[in-house]
Write a protein that binds this ligand. Structure first.
Ligand code: CA
Length: 236
């Protein structure tokens, strides 16, 4: 059973969320402040009791969420999703710096939260699995990439791709039909320590669309999953 540590000081948020997570089959450990959260996390380190995912409110009394995340990161790679109060760029950058894997901005829908929980858990399991030898030729729909020769063709026509665009497209081609969260993409392409403007990702996506889409302004291959990230549609 997947065990989630839910850290949220506001009972009005925590109780209904814990209820729905349990109803969906998750085991939930609740903590109302940062200190309790860190204690619960350490206590769970015993065999068979480990936490699989942390849902962490940023605004907590005494020990703030960023500090809780930082301390967890010193001992564990457990996935952390930050619950931020505002859609503020500062909060997101703060979260990235402390090592969170993703964010959900309040008010969020339960569906949106669960989509991110699934994505982050899948990624964490993939990371734990032994690496498979990687394909060198990637083909999805009209796009073909020769990774070793650093060549991309669309409908057989060669297109030029600077390194970041190439790496980003490679990431999508390796995960067709998977929603890739912004946090995951930024970590994989720009590195976990990236603290720049998250708009950089959108700019790169736009450039790739200009090269692979029939109608770049109405993308059908590289689609936006609102509030989550992007997806490469294999059927296009
Ligand atoms: Ca709070």
């Amino acid at each position: 059973m997947t065990r989630i540590l839910l850290v949220e000081d506001e009972e009005n948020y925590r109780a209904p969320l814990a209820f729905r997570l349990r109803r969906d089959g998750y085991e939930v450990v609740e903590a109302g402040d940062g200190r309790t959260a860190l204690r619960a996390f350490q206590a769970a380190a015993a065999p068979g009791g480990a936490i699989d995912l942390v849902l962490l409110d940023l605004m907590l009394p005494a020990v703030p969420g960023t500090e809780v995340c930082r301390r967890i990161r010193t001992v564990s790679r457990v996935p952390v999703i930050m619950l931020t109060a505002r859609d503020s760029e500062t909060d997101k950058i703060l979260g990235l710096e402390t090592g969170a894997d993703d964010y959900v901005t309040k008010p969020y829908s339960y569906r949106e939260l669960i989509a991110r929980v699934h994505a982050v858990l899948r990624r964490s399991r993939e990371a734990a699995a032994p690496a498979e030898p990687q394909e060198k030729i990637l083909t999805v729909g009209r796009v073909r990439m020769d990774v070793e020769r650093h060549e991309v063709t669309v409908d057989g026509q060669g297109v030029t791709m600077p390194l970041r665009e190439f790496e980003l497209l490679e990431l999508f081609l390796r995960h067709p039909d998977h929603v890739l969260t912004r946090g995951r993409i930024i970590e994989q392409i720009w590195g976990a320590d990236y603290v720049g403007d998250t708009k950089t990702l959108d700019v790169h996506v736009k450039r790739i669309r200009a090269k692979i889409e029939v109608e770049p302004s109405r993308p059908r291959m590289l689609t936006t999953v609102r509030g989550v990230g992007y997806k490469l549609e294999a059927g296009q």
